[in-house]
Design a protein around this ligand. Structure first.
Ligand code: GLC
Ligand code: MG
Length: 581
């Protein structure tokens, strides 16, 4: 009897300790844009088998998990962010079997797979939309439908229900002749918004989460979350109220930026839905032995962003921190960078997990946005600050925006400008060009036909293979910093940030025993001498553990804390050592 009791207790303990509830708090997540990562079958479009082939390489880089931009069945009007069926794989990316093999291989390597969850809208080719347009019982209110307004000037004609304009330009309302009503689309015409005031929609979307969780994914990145709700016309006398003008110059009435979107984003109802999804994910923690991560995408102000974290009563998600994308540019000083980091750390609710984003498939690339000389610095910051680090494919080698002509342009956001001259200002294609694997034709992305987007011109000099072979490269620096990321100081060390001058930024992560790591960044074009005597906790000797492409020191060099020479645009990662030599 006693023995049985002991046994059950031990087994229970074993189960509890097998549940990894911590991994996500310091995870390095690598974003893959499947269409442009690796093409295995020569059709010029990246695919799941291509990703699977590269998993061992990603593991060797040291990433903890991969987030795949949408891989589901889709007419690709917005390259997968317009989903026909949430439970099917796009044939150009592979089959469900390919996906399961990818998962299996990832699990074998200890890599986690995170999927993109696109809850705000489906494709207009989805079965739900077709049924809703037909007013099939149970589906009538799956989308946001509204009658038009009678045109006072042309009786018999109708106008859209409100002045709302979509992200991709022009009315957010599209007339559907079959139903005789308008439907709402925050993005492209082919992306009708689901109606979250319908309980059935809410239930169906939870089923989508469960479907992929059951297959074994480790969590989700949630797309365009703050667009989930629009105001309820019942609160406005039965009509959809017009949005006020933003007053932003250099925009026209068809532009999204022309309006102040007070009725179509950041509504309070949104947060409860996220908290409900968190509960669904939590159902799996015990049975799957791991905490399931959820990261939300919302381009909004800091106040609205941090609300996604949750509150005393309900747990939420990790809201993407876009502060580096929005507030840091080529000219930012060390003081500016410190201020932005402090801002996130200050507003983030206590005890929550921070995160750092340097790029994604919607943004100009890090090397183009901030200049190639800042690639190592920004990568190092994201990797050594507390919390989750996100790397968009190609940022680890410092890829630049590719040139995509108007003729080759695919992004609906650019195509909708109808402007062959200025389209590039809106285009997201430049950061979506194929990954540069090597110097061979099409950068080793495909062995077949012309890729779906042109390969950037500089691939022969700027590619992974060249960087793997050279002693100093963005990739080798990145990998060295990732290795240090696995140490206790990098995971748990207290954060210290010192804007030593306008040009020199120093970041420390120190443990109570004063062991830890120090990042030193020189943002200027001249070498500088840094004396860290004022960081009293810091021991006297420091060892170089990662040295950026512009630095003079090599790995293993021992430096004195009061005499560190940092060459122009150099990012150095140092580790404390107890004594010299
Ligand atoms: C998100 C995606 C973007 C997409 C949009 C609509 O912002 O990142 O690529 O176009 O949502 O789904
Ligand atoms: Mg392919």
């Amino acid at each position: 009897m006693k023995l049985i009791l002991v046994l059950t207790v031990t087994i229970k303990l074993a189960i509890v300790s097998a549940t990894d509830t911590e991994w996500w708090k310091t995870a390095l997540i690598y974003q893959i844009y499947p269409r442009s990562f690796k093409d295995s079958d020569g059709d010029g479009i990246g695919d799941l088998t291509g990703i699977k082939e590269k998993l061992p390489y990603l593991k060797s880089t040291g990433v903890d998990g991969i987030w795949l931009s949408p891989i589901y069945l889709s007419p690709m009007r917005d390259f997968g962010y317009d989903i026909t069926d949430y439970k099917q794989i796009a044939p150009e990316y592979g089959t469900m079997k390919d996906f399961q093999e990818l998962l299996k291989e990832a699990r074998k390597l200890g890599l986690r797979v995170i999927l993109d969850f696109v809850p705000n809208h489906t494709s207009n080719e989805s079965d739900w939309f077709i049924r809703s347009a037909r007013r099939e019982p149970g589906y009538e209110d799956f989308y946001v439908w509204a009658d038009g307004i009678v045109d006072p000037e042309r009786p018999g004609e109708v106008l859209p229900p409100s002045n709302w304009v979509s992200h991709f330009r022009r009315s957010m309302w599209e007339y559907h002749p079959g139903r005789g009503q308008y439907y709402l689309h925050q993005f492209a015409i082919g992306q009708p918004d689901l109606n979250y005031r319908s309980q059935r929609v809410q239930a169906e979307m939870k089923e989508v989460l469960r479907f992929w969780l059951d297959l074994g994914v480790s969590g989700f990145r949630v797309d365009a979350i703050n667009k989930l709700y629009e105001v309820d016309p019942n609160d406005y006398g039965g009509v959809y109220p017009d949005e006020p003008l933003s007053g932003i110059s250099d925009t026209d009435p068809d532009d999204y930026e022309y309006y102040d979107h007070i009725f179509t984003q950041d509504l309070a109802e949104t947060y409860e839905v996220v908290f409900d999804w968190r509960e669904v994910l939590d159902e799996y923690t015990e049975t799957h032995g791991e905490y399931k991560i959820m990261m939300t995408e919302a381009y909004t102000n800091l106040f609205n962003t941090i609300l996604y974290y949750g509150n005393e009563n309900r747990d939420g998600a990790i809201p993407f921190n876009f502060i580096f994308l929005e507030e840091i540019n080529k000219n930012s000083t060390a003081r500016d960078i410190k201020t932005t980091i402090d801002k996130w750390m200050t507003y983030m609710p206590h005890g929550r997990v921070a995160n750092w984003v340097n790029g994604n498939h919607d943004q100009s690339r890090l090397a183009s946005r901030q200049g190639p000389e800042r690639v190592d610095a920004m990568n190092m910051l994201a990797l050594m600050l507390p919390g989750v680090a996100l790397t968009y494919q190609g940022e680890e080698i410092g890829m630049t925006d590719g040139h995509v002509s108007w003729e080759d342009t695919k992004d609906p956001q650019a195509c909708n400008t109808d402007d062959p001259i200025n389209y590039w200002k809106k285009s997201r294609d430049p950061s979506r060009t194929p990954y540069h694997w090597d110097s061979s034709v099409f950068a080793g992305f495909t062995c077949g036909v012309e890729p779906w987007l042109p390969v950037a011109d500089n691939y022969k000099e700027l590619n992974l293979q060249v960087q793997l072979r050279s002693r100093r490269s963005h990739y080798n620096f990145y990998k060295d910093v990732v290795a240090v990321r696995k140490t206790a100081a990098s995971k748990y060390g207290d954060l210290g940030i010192l804007a030593y001058t306008e040009d020199i930024l120093v970041v420390t992560r120190l443990l109570p025993n004063a062991r830890g790591i120090v990042g030193v960044i020189n943002l200027s074009n001249k070498p500088q001498l840094v004396d860290l005597s004022s960081v009293t906790l810091l021991p006297k000797y420091l060892k170089v553990v990662a040295s950026g492409v512009n630095c003079t020191q090599t790995k293993g060099f021992i430096l004195l804390k009061d005499y560190i020479i940092v060459s122009n645009n150099c990012a150095l990662l140092l580790q404390t050592i107890s004594r010299c030599c």
